[in-house]
Design a binder for this molecule. Structure first.
Ligand code: HSE
Length: 432
């Protein structure tokens, strides 16, 4: 049986999981794939910390360039993260004729084109299955399983840390900071957790999904990104009163030649399948023109689940290499230059949840309703949380709207703020 050598750059949470998976399931994979995958090198600056996996003798090194240059290593796995040295090593490996597997969503969201073009130029593969959805092979689904579909939309819960925090806030009324610390301890959160809670990690993943679904990859600054840092527990409770759960959703959707790519804390009805996705679990619901809705669910973060997808990618490449093929044109997005463009944020229509800290005096809600109406925003339900929270002379009033154009709603909210009936800026959340 042919042997294919693998080198891992970055022996942290995911890198150690990949090493463990390759070692533990080597025989099983050889039987399944008809190729023996041999772990030949693991590079990290720190090779003394115990990672809970016994690396074979002579495999650990601090010399990443030597792993890339090793002629016995044909697949280089990048599990360093970030866009500094990781980008350099990925480019070096591709230029050295190595196939690359990476779980690095930030790298692909920011430098995907450069990396994919370099892979193509060198006739090698780059796989990135674990960059979105951790243990869920959603990249493979879009690339292969649904390849015959026009993708109408993808709605995803794609950040395990945020979903874990939201679930515990809802179930236990837990405080944001304490729950974030638990997520860090469990290895879910990014080194810089602002990437998680401010929505940017989800946005990186949405950019990658957009590239796969539409051949159109927006830059991060073109994506509307709202995180959960400022989400108030009050809104989690009031949403529940109306039968909704708040989830941080990525939206990638197409309408004609316009594509919407965004990340928003969103009210999801209890009855919707995405509302049942709790804790560190992720899910993506994809609507194809032929498949209709399909949904994919699993652990979106953590050592073994993320490593599972990386190891699957290694297996696919190893099988190709053993049979003398590289298939880079199949693995990367095919960019459809100029065929679609990003939809302007103001043109996006949605139903909204609004909370006003409203003066408790006659006519105050009338003022709000009149201004909303004047801007073509229609209320579908409203509730005054009398005496619940806030300053005594102001009460929380929640209104749900029918579908409204975002620019109309924002104009109405600016006018409501200026009218002097509010004690604080209104809260505005999208509804699914
Ligand atoms: N920090 C990420 C998360 C890891 O919480 O989902 C997986 O991409």
């Amino acid at each position: 049986m042919k042997e294919i050598g693998v080198g891992i750059l970055g022996f942290g949470t995911v890198g150690a999981g990949v090493a463990e998976g390759l070692l533990r399931n080597r025989k099983l994979m050889a039987e399944r794939l008809g190729v023996d995958i041999a772990l030949k090198g693991i590079a990290d600056l720190d090779i003394t910390t115990d990672r809970g996996v016994a690396a074979p003798d002579g495999v650990l090194t601090t010399d990443a360039p030597a792993v890339i240059a090793d002629p016995d290593i044909r697949i280089v796995v990048e599990t360093i993260g970030g866009t500094g040295v990781a980008r350099k090593f990925v480019m070096d490996a591709l230029n050295a004729g190595k196939c690359v597997v990476t779980a690095n969503k930030k790298l692909l969201a920011e430098h995907g084109r450069e990396i994919f073009d370099t892979a193509a130029k060198n006739g090698v593969d780059i796989y990135f299955g674990a960059s979105v959805g951790g243990g869920i092979p959603i990249i493979r689904v879009l690339r292969e399983g649904l390849a015959g579909n026009q993708i109408e939309s993808v709605h995803g819960i794609l950040n395990g840390t945020c979903n874990y925090i939201l679930t515990r806030m809802e179930n236990e009324g837990a405080g944001f900071d304490a729950v974030l610390k638990d997520a860090q301890r469990l290895g879910y959160a990014e080194a810089d957790p602002s990437l998680d809670i401010d929505g940017f990690d989800t946005a990186h993943k949405a950019c990658i999904l957009a590239a796969l679904a539409y051949g159109f990859q927006p830059t991060l600054d073109q994506v509307q990104v709202e995180g959960i840092r400022n989400l108030d527990g009050m809104d989690v409770r009031y949403a529940a009163d109306f039968g909704y759960r708040i989830k941080l959703l990525a939206v990638v959707a197409r309408d004609g030649d316009e594509v919407e790519v965004g990340v928003h804390p969103t009210l999801v009805p209890f009855t919707h399948m995405l509302a049942s996705v709790n804790g560190v679990f992720n899910a993506a619901m994809v609507k194809g023109d032929m498949s209709d809705y399909t949904m994919y669910y699993g652990r979106g973060a953590g050592r073994a689940p993320t490593a599972s997808t990386v190891v699957g990618d290694i297996g696919d490449i190893a099988r190709n290499l053993a049979h003398g093929e590289t298939r880079y044109t199949r693995a990367v997005p095919s960019y459809a230059e100029g065929k679609v463009r990003l939809r302007a944020a103001g043109d996006i229509a949605s139903a909204f949840y609004l909370r006003f800290m409203l003066a408790d005096r006659p006519g105050a809600f009338g003022t709000v309703a009149t201004i909303l109406g004047r801007h073509d925003v229609s209320i579908s339900a409203a509730s005054q949380k009398a005496g619940a929270e806030g300053a005594a002379e102001h009460v929380p009033v929640v209104a749900l709207t029918h579908k409204a154009k975002a620019s109309n709603l924002d104009a109405a909210l600016a006018e409501i703020k200026a009218s002097g009936v509010l004690a604080a800026d209104p809260t505005r959340l999208r509804m699914l």
